[in-house]
Each structure stands twice: as C-alpha cells, then as structure tokens.
Design a binder for this molecule. Structure first.
Ligand code: GAR
Length: 201
C-alpha cells in the first residue's frame, strides 16, 4: 500500500478527487497527509473533514531559503510515513535537491497538453495560439519545471467563444478523471502512458 502525501496551495479540488479515489475498496494507495504552503488554503479543511492529517508550512518566513522550507516539508512527510507525493495545484517551485530525493515517487498534474504551455496562464495561451484542442497532463516530476515522463493526458476541445475561465472549467472536469486514474495505475506499478479521448465536445 502506497502512503500518499498531497501538496496543495488552493481549493484542492484535485486533492478531493484523489481522496475519493483512494477511498475505493482495493485501492493500492492510501492518504497519509495533505500539506499546503498556505494555512488558508481551502483544501486543508476539506481534507480534515475527510479525516486526513493536514499540515500547513508557510513558505514566507523562509524567504529565499527554499531548502530550509523543503526541510520542514520533508520532516512532515517522514513523520506521516509518506512514500508517494502528488502535487495538486501546489504553486511553489521545488528545488532540484528535493525533487531528486523524490524521483520516481512524485507526480504532478498540469493544466495543458505537455510539452505545450509549461508554466502559468495555460488556458489563455492555448486560446491565443488558436489550438483546437487543449487538456491536462499527469507526469512524473523531475527538476525541470512541468517536464518528466508523461503518465496520462486528457483532451478537451477549445470552443468558439471560449475564454480562459470556460476552458479552465472544461479542463478541470477532466483533471478530476485523469489524476485519480493516473495515481491508481502508478501506485499499482503501472507506468504505461494512457490517454482519455476528446471529452466535453
Ligand atoms: C488545477 O487546474 C491544476 O492543474 C493547476 O492548478 C489547479 C488547482 O486546482 N496546477 C497548476 O497550474 C500547477 N502549475 P485545485 O486546487 O482545485 O485542484
């Protein structure tokens, strides 16, 4: 059984989808900790309401000293016996040292069809580029931002009249399908790529 730590910075809708998935009988993964860099992240209360341990480690007191911030995170992960990390809307960049320590044991969801549109504002950039499709990606985390072996992707159409919000909402529905599937497969030792076809057309 993999013991999963989920990192969030905000509302945590993907985190909730992962918790719901792990609550299913036969899941190869169990939630051990939900951790946020923001004590006010709405997702922390949702995790606590589901009986999952939570931790808030504010990055701000550490200033530019990211390793010191990450050392606190590492302590929390060890205290809760975490052996697999899922980044789920965690909006802090992790140092290569931390990422290397978790290589092969850390997943991320990104709201684009990687390798397109790494970084921020992915939905607006897909619209501006004139893409007919857009989507989301779950990948293994490596030190390079929004890169690393792709585990799964889900595709949605970009519709006439879409703005960043309407497109983000269409993608988010698919994030909530994609990430739980990717986690269950990965926790069971299956790293084969998979794709969820055009949804919401
Ligand atoms: C999600 O759309 C996720 O893909 C994105 O943040 C949102 C978090 O929503 N992640 C990134 O942009 C990472 N760079 P949630 O808190 O409701 O899961």
């Amino acid at each position: 059984m993999r013991r999963v730590g989920i990192f969030i910075s905000g509302g945590g809708s993907n985190m909730v989808a992962l918790l719901d998935e792990m609550a299913k009988s036969g899941s190869p993964a169990a939630p051990a900790l939900v951790l946020s860099n923001d004590a006010n992240a709405g997702g922390l209360a949702k995790a606590a309401a589901r009986g999952v341990a939570t931790a808030a480690i504010d990055h701000r007191p550490f200033g530019k000293d990211r390793p010191a911030f990450e050392a606190e995170i590492q302590k929390a992960l060890e205290a809760h016996g975490v052996d697999l990390v899922c980044l789920a809307g965690f909006m802090r960049i992790l140092t290569p040292g931390f990422v290397d320590a978790w290589t092969g044991r850390m997943l991320n969801i990104h709201p684009s069809l990687l390798p397109l549109f790494t970084g921020l504002h992915t939905h607006q950039r897909a619209i501006d580029a004139g893409c007919a499709v857009h989507g989301c990606t779950v990948h293994e985390v490596i030190p390079e931002l929004d890169a690393g072996p792709i585990l799964g992707q889900a595709v949605v159409p970009v519709k006439a009249g879409d703005d960043a919000d309407s497109l983000a909402a269409r993608v988010l529905v698919q994030e909530h399908r994609l990430y739980p599937m990717a986690l269950t497969r990965f926790a069971a030792g299956n790293r084969d790529r998979f794709a969820l076809g055009l949804a919401g057309a």
